[in-house]
Design a protein around this ligand. Structure first.
Ligand SMILES: Cc1cc2nc3c(=O)[nH]c(=O)nc-3n(C[C@H](O)[C@H](O)[C@H](O)COP(=O)(O)OP(=O)(O)OC[C@H]3O[C@@H](n4cnc5c(N)ncnc54)[C@H](O)[C@@H]3O)c2cc1C
Length: 461
């Protein structure tokens, strides 16, 4: 009998295993594909590795205006892919070692909950067996959505993000369906490598959770990409994408390859949610703030909950669940940690990057706040101008509650945004006000010292 059986070895599954293993719990972790899940194998890490290669390429080509001339700059896609594989494999080996340190038993197979405390495991290549446990954590992740668009399925020219990570040549023309994070990152990657990229997005703006004033800044910064907003795809023939504009005008993009990136759906089926009567819908498994599901002694964490499909959210959900599981198994009391959703940052690792945390202006107003905001173009930063030129696009925006000065949101487009955004997490988590931010000393010259200038603007208006 194990203390805990974990279904899925992605960020949620392996982080929970690490935490519970460190507490001396006996853990069985079942993973049907590869340790590291979507994030490590076909998500966060491979995309960022390729985007880094693209960044080197772009910098080498653009270096001349900064006094560095490289002749006949080329890239080698096969080598980029090989480096991506090496990074992924080494990091995966690190997770395997971490599991060994925590004495976690890792099984290569598929897990299905039979009943409470009993999990059927079908090993890859062997017959099923039943394992008993005192608690279960469901961390089965999510999968790409394939819409019922004629021509989208079984079309070798229509790939999902996993397929795009294995292409052997850069397509001359790429059509990306979906202007969310994944679509924009791939659009940026392939546009940087020379593809003519068109993004077709059904909504009126890209990156739905991005502040309405900043999304256009990001689009303008990626000026080589053609953005078709408010356009609904009707069919795909080969790599020809037919869509209708908001006005009902029928248009088409002729491409050589199509990326379908309209979103991901929690994996709520196939692991026994129904047999336990767990409250779940296609939008995810319902959980409380300790990640408990509606079934006793069954927790869920990560993308499967549908709450926030991001790896860092998965990590935190797993930590909260692990603490609760350990405490329940010890004395039945339950963990002190609670999952908080208000200050979860997001980042788009396009060239340039974008990141944000907390509320957009629209969101704050819809929640009844009267807001005071400040937006500053990044060219006001000496470092940004020096590194990107005076025409480069980028901006920072601070959203505060006019009544109290409390910081509600921080949003940015420009270099290092993904690295700087954690500062915004602290501001929001600690419920700091613009006047508190003005009191802080930030390093100069940095791009994101402008956050403090934005606070000053709010203070002075
Ligand atoms: C292209 C792309 C780029 C991304 N980039 C980022 C990024 O930059 N930053 C970020 O925060 N997030 C990013 N994400 C999202 C991130 O990958 C996910 O939020 C994260 O992986 C969720 O972790 P998880 O553990 O919940 O699920 P997953 O990582 O999906 O892991 C779930 C695991 O469970 C296994 N599994 C499922 N069912 C069973 C079963 N019955 N038995 C055994 N095993 C099972 C699966 O094989 C899988 O390995 C990206 C995603 C994609 C697709």
């Amino acid at each position: 009998m194990y203390d805990v059986i974990i279904l899925g070895g992605g960020p949620a599954g392996y982080r929970a295993a690490e935490r519970l293993g460190a507490k001396g719990r006996s853990i069985l972790l079942v993973e049907r594909e590869q340790l590291g899940g979507t994030c490590l194998n076909v998500g966060c890490i491979p995309t960022k590795t390729l985007l880094n290669s693209a960044k080197h390429y772009v910098h080498a080509m653009e270096g001349e205006r900064f006094g560095v001339k490289a002749e006949s700059v080329t890239f080698d896609l096969a080598k980029m892919m090989a480096w991506k594989r090496e990074v992924v494999e080494k990091l995966r080996a690190g997770i395997t070692a971490e599991m060994q340190r925590g004495k976690v038993t890792v099984v290569d197979g598929t897990a299905v909950i039979e009943e409470n405390g009993k999990v059927r495991i079908t090993r890859n290549g062997a017959g099923p067996r039943i394992e008993d446990c005192r608690a279960i954590l469901v961390a089965t992740g999510s999968s790409p959505v394939v819409p019922p668009i004629p021509g989208a399925r079984d079309n070798p020219l229509v790939l999902d993000s996993t397929g795009m990570l294995e292409v052997e040549a850069v397509p001359k023309r790429l059509c990306v369906i979906g202007g969310g994070v994944i679509g924009v990152e791939f659009a940026s990657l392939f546009s940087s490598l020379g593809s003519e990229v068109t993004v077709v997005e059904m909504l009126d703006e890209i990156i739905p959770f991005m502040d309405g004033e900043l999304a256009p800044v990001l689009r303008r910064a990626m000026k080589e990409i053609r953005w078709k907003l408010g356009c609904r795809v009707g069919s795909i023939e080969g790599a020809m994408v037919r869509y209708a504009t908001k006005e009902g005008v029928k248009e088409a993009v002729e491409a050589d390859l199509v990326l379908m990136a309209i979103g991901r759906r929690p994996n709520v089926a196939g692991w026994g949610a129904q047999s336990l009567g767990i409250d779940a819908s296609p939008r995810g498994v319902m959980v409380d703030d300790r990640m408990r599901t509606s079934a006793p002694r069954v927790w869920a964490a990560g993308d499967v909950t549908g709450r926030s499909l991001l790896a860092h959210s998965a990590y935190r959900m797993a930590e909260v669940a692990a603490q609760d599981i350990d405490s329940v198994l010890s004395d039945g009391s339950g963990g002190a940690a609670r999952m908080r959703w208000d200050a979860i940052p997001w980042a788009v690792y396009s060239l340039p990057e974008a990141a944000g945390v907390g509320m957009t202006t629209k969101e704050a107003e819809s929640r009844g706040f009267t807001v005071k905001t400040a937006r500053i173009p990044l060219r006001a930063s000496g470092r940004f101008a020096a590194e990107n030129g005076f025409q480069a696009h980028g901006a920072v925006k601070l959203v505060t509650d006019a009544a109290t000065g409390r910081i509600l949101g921080l949003h940015g487009v420009g270099s290092y945004a993904s690295e700087a955004i954690w500062g915004g997490v602290v501001l929001i988590e600690q419920e700091l006000r613009a006047e508190d931010l003005v009191e802080l000393v930030l390093p100069h010259p940095t791009v994101w010292e402008l956050v403090r200038d934005a606070a000053l603007m709010i203070e002075q208006n």
